[in-house]
Design a protein around this ligand. Sequence first.
Ligand code: IMP
Length: 184
Amino acid sequence: MWAEKDIDRILVTEKEIENKAKELGAIITEDYKKMGSAPLLVGLLRGSVPFFTELAKNIDLDIEYDFMDVSSYVGRHSTGEIRIIKDLDTAVSGRDILLVEDIVDTGKTIQSVIELLYHRGASSVKIVTLLDKPSGRVNHLKADYIGFEVGNEFVIGFGMDFNQKYRCLPFIGVLKPECYQDKE
Ligand code: IMP
């Protein structure tokens, strides 16, 4: 495998991600059935795409989906305000939204998106994330559905990148420090 030399260790395997998506899909299905609603699934580009597709097929409800691309960073610094790079095509007023993320780190990006969607009249906004990195959090944000918790390390694969590389790896791994040192 081309990236083997760059990977320190595998944190979550493809099979474990598949099983987790099934587990989360079943829980989400039950929760929204109880609410009597089918959510609008909103994926945040680009990192959420592999998890989004894995999860969506395991939600047994008449869902619709859409994507958004936002950035809260100028260079390497978070501004706390989001810039919309690609907006939703779907009106969210009166809808129950389920935001799909690859990883929640500081929590700033997702917090800003939640505020934007409520501002636009969404009835409810919940978050499902493949990974949670609570050590990075700078606010009180808590995802409603979490796949796996990770420590304070930089992870790649299954949608997550370093300088746009490694997104297509079928597992989640930790990058060797020499692969990002001097390249940030
Ligand atoms: P935050 O929660 O606003 O800090 O930003 C979350 C976004 O930062 C995620 O959607 C990822 O794109 C990126 N990110 C945070 N931690 C990592 C990581 O360990 N690997 C890859 N991307 C990360």
